[in-house]
Write a protein that binds this ligand. Structure first.
Ligand code: ADP
Length: 508
C-alpha cells in the first residue's frame, strides 16, 4: 500500500495518490514509513521461518528508523517545533501553492509509527509468563487504526483526527490495521494469540466471540446509520433497533457459548468420574496383588522349609542304604527345593518393600554403605574386590531398604566381575532437587538391549551354571528406589563394566 502511494507521488498518478477518492491523501513520508515497516516485518518472518534469530542489523535499523520517524513527528506536533519530518519526500509537491492535495502526517499516524517501530524492535522478546511486550504495543496501535476506520465508517471526525491538523488517511489506517493483524498472527502460538489458536475451550470460545464482538456492533451500526441518513426511519428508531438487535444477537451468542462450555463440562465431569473409578479399582487390585504375593510366599515358605529339612535328613541318614540312582534323585530333589526356597525368599523380600516398609527418617548414606559392606564382608574378601566411594550425603529414607539397595548393587558388581579383580566405585552428586548416585564396576557389562529387562522380576541374562541368582535383586532395587520417589537405570558397554544410576530426593 505504501509503495503504491509512493509510486503515485513520484509519477503523479492521481489514482494511486487518491486510493480512496474524496478523502484525505496519504503523506509520502507516511507511505515510506509503511514500506520500511513492511520490509522489516518481512525479513523478521523469513529469518524466523529459517530457524535463525529473528533480528539482524537490517531489521534493527529498519525498526529504529520507523520508531524515530514516529517519535520525531509526534514530538514535533506536541511541542510545535516545525521539524517538517513529513516533508522528507516530495517537499516541493507538498508546499502550499502546489497543485497537489494538501498532505501531512497526522499525530495518530506518528503515534502508530512509534508503537509499531517499538513492536518490531521487541518482536522476539518474551516478558513474564509468555506475555509478549510487542503484542501489547501492537494491540494499542491496532486500536488507534481501528478507531480511525470506524470513524471513517460513521463519519466521526474525532475518531480519526487528533488535534487541529489533517486526520489520518483511510488507507494509512487500513495499512496499520493489516500490519497489526499480520504481526499478531505471525507467531500464532505465542502471547495473546496463543489463546485464540489453542485447542482448548477458551480458544474455541474466543474464536467464536471475537469476530462477533467486532463485526456485529460495527456492521449493524453502519447499516442503521446509512438507513437513517437515507430517511428510512428516524434517529430514535435507529438507536432502539440497535439496542434491540444487540440484545438479541448477544443473548444468542452468549447462549451458544454457554452451551459449548456446558457440554465440555459435562464430558469432563463424566471423564473425571470414570478416571476416579479406574484409579481406585487399580489401587485396590494392586493392594490385593501385593497382599497375595506376600501371603503366598510367606505361607509357602514354611512347608517348603519342611520338605528341604526332611530331604536333607533322608540324605544324611539313608545315603548308605540307597543305590547310586537313589542318591542322585535325592540330590536333585534337595537342589530343586533349595532353589525354590531362594525364589520364594526373594519374592517375599520384594513384596515386603511396600507392605513392610518403615517410615522415612534421615539416613546417612556413609553409614548405610558401611552396613552393606559389613554384610558383604566375606564376598568382598573372597573376590579381593576394592570398593571406593566419594563423600555420600544424608537422605530421607528407610535405612534398612537403602542398605539392601546398596548391598544388591555391590553384590552384583562382585558377582559379574569377569576376569580381573573387581573395582567398585560409588559416587553421589546433587542435581537440582535430587541426589544422583552411581555404582560403577569394571565387570562383564550388559548388552544395551537388556537394559530395561534386567529390572523386571525373575529376569536373568545368564544360566545358573554361569552365575547363581534368582533374577530378583534388581527388581527389588527398583521397587526400593521408586518407593523413595526416585528412578533407577543402567549404562554399560559389554566387556568394559556397568554403571547403575539411581536418584533419591534431596532431604527437605
Ligand atoms: P541375579 O543377580 O539374581 O541374576 P539381578 O536382578 O540382580 O538378578 O540381575 C539381573 C541380571 O542383570 C543378572 O542376571 C545379570 O545378567 C545382570 N546384571 C546385574 N548386575 C550386573 C552387573 N553389575 N554387571 C553385569 N551384569 C549385571
Amino acid at each position: 500500500m505504501g509503495a503504491l502511494v509512493l509510486v503515485g507521488w513520484a509519477f503523479n498518478f492521481e489514482a494511486l495518490i487518491h486510493l480512496f477518492p474524496t478523502l484525505v491523501v496519504m503523506n509520502p513520508t507516511t507511505a515510506l514509513g509503511l514500506v520500511l515497516m513492511g520490509c522489516c516485518f518481512f525479513i523478521l518472518n523469513r529469518r524466523t521461518a529459517q530457524g535463525l534469530k529473528p533480528h539482524n542489523l537490517w531489521t534493527r535499523s529498519l525498526a529504529v528508523a520507523v520508531t524515530v520517524l514516529g517519535l520525531l513527528r509526534f514530538v514535533d506536533y506536541v511541542a510545535g517545533l516545525d521539524l517538517r519530518v513529513d516533508h522528507l519526500l516530495f517537499a516541493n509537491k507538498l508546499s502550499g501553492d502546489s497543485a497537489y492535495p494538501p498532505s501531512e502526517m497526522a499525530p495518530n499516524t506518528a503515534l502508530n509509527f512509534l508503537l509499531c517501530g517499538l513492536g518490531l524492535l521487541l518482536f522476539d522478546l518474551e516478558a513474564r509468563n509468555g506475555f509478549y511486550l510487542a503484542h501489547g504495543v501492537i494491540l494499542i496501535a491496532a486500536w488507534v487504526a481501528l478507531l480511525a476506520i470506524i470513524g471513517y465508517t460513521y463519519h466521526v471526525l474525532l475518531f480519526y483526527r487528533l488535534g487541529a491538523g489533517l486526520p489520518m488517511a483511510l488507507d494509512t489506517a487500513v495499512g496499520f490495521a493489516l500490519f497489526c493483524a499480520a504481526f499478531m498472527t505471525a507467531q500464532p502460538n505465542r502471547g495473546v494469540v496463543a489463546i485464540l489458536t489453542s485447542r482448548t475451550t477458551g480458544g474455541a470460545m474466543a474464536r467464536r466471540l471475537l469476530p462477533m464482538a467486532v463485526l456485529i456492533p460495527w456492521g449493524l451500526g453502519a447499516i442503521l446509520l446509512v438507513s437513517e441518513q437515507a430517511g428510512y426511519f428516524g434517529k430514535e428508531f435507529a438507536v432502539s433497533i440497535f439496542a434491540v438487535a444487540s440484545i438479541i444477537l448477544f443473548t444468542f451468542s452468549l447462549w451458544w457459548n454457554a452451551r459449548l462450555l456446558h457440554q465440555v463440562d459435562i464430558e469432563r465431569l463424566g471423564a473425571e468420574d470414570k478416571l476416579r473409578q479406574a484409579s481406585s479399582n487399580l489401587q485396590r487390585s494392586n493392594t490385593d496383588l501385593q497382599q497375595f504375593a506376600y501371603l503366598a510366599s510367606h505361607d509357602l515358605f514354611e512347608p517348603l522349609r519342611m520338605v528341604t529339612s526332611y530331604m536333607e535328613l533322608l540324605e544324611h541318614r539313608y545315603t548308605g542304604k540307597l543305590d547310586p540312582q537313589g542318591r542322585e534323585f535325592i540330590t536333585f530333589a534337595i537342589d530343586g527345593a533349595r532353589r525354590m526356597e531362594a525364589l520364594i525368599h526373594d519374592l517375599l523380600e520384594y513384596s515386603r518393600v511396600d507392605i513392610r516398609g518403615r517410615s522415612f527418617e534421615p539416613a546417612d548414606c556413609e553409614q548405610v554403605l558401611q552396613a552393606a559392606l559389613d554384610n558383604l564382608k566375606v564376598a568382598i574378601e573372597e573376590s579381593r574386590a576394592v570398593v571406593t566411594h566419594s563423600p555420600l550425603p544424608t537422605v530421607l529414607g528407610d535405612r534398612v531398604q537403602l542398605t539392601q539397595l546398596f548391598q544388591n548393587l555391590i553384590r552384583n558388581a562382585l558377582k559379574f566381575r569377569g576376569r580381573h579383580e573387581a573395582q567398585v566405585q560409588l559416587h553421589a552428586e546433587r542435581r537440582d532437587r535430587e541426589w544422583l548416585f552411581v555404582v560403577r564396576d569394571n565387570g562383564i557389562g550388559i548388552d544395551p538391549k537388556d537394559f530395561s529387562r534386567i529390572f523386571v522380576i525373575f529376569q536373568r541374562l545368564h544360566t545358573r551354571q554361569e552365575f547363581a541368582g534368582t533374577g530378583m535383586g534388581l527388581a527389588i532395587c527398583k521397587k526400593i528406589v521408586e518407593r523413595h520417589g526416585g528412578r533407577i537405570w543402567v549404562e554399560s558397554v559389554p566387556g568394559q563394566g556397568s554403571s547403575f544410576f539411581f536418584t533419591l530426593p534431596v532431604k527437605v
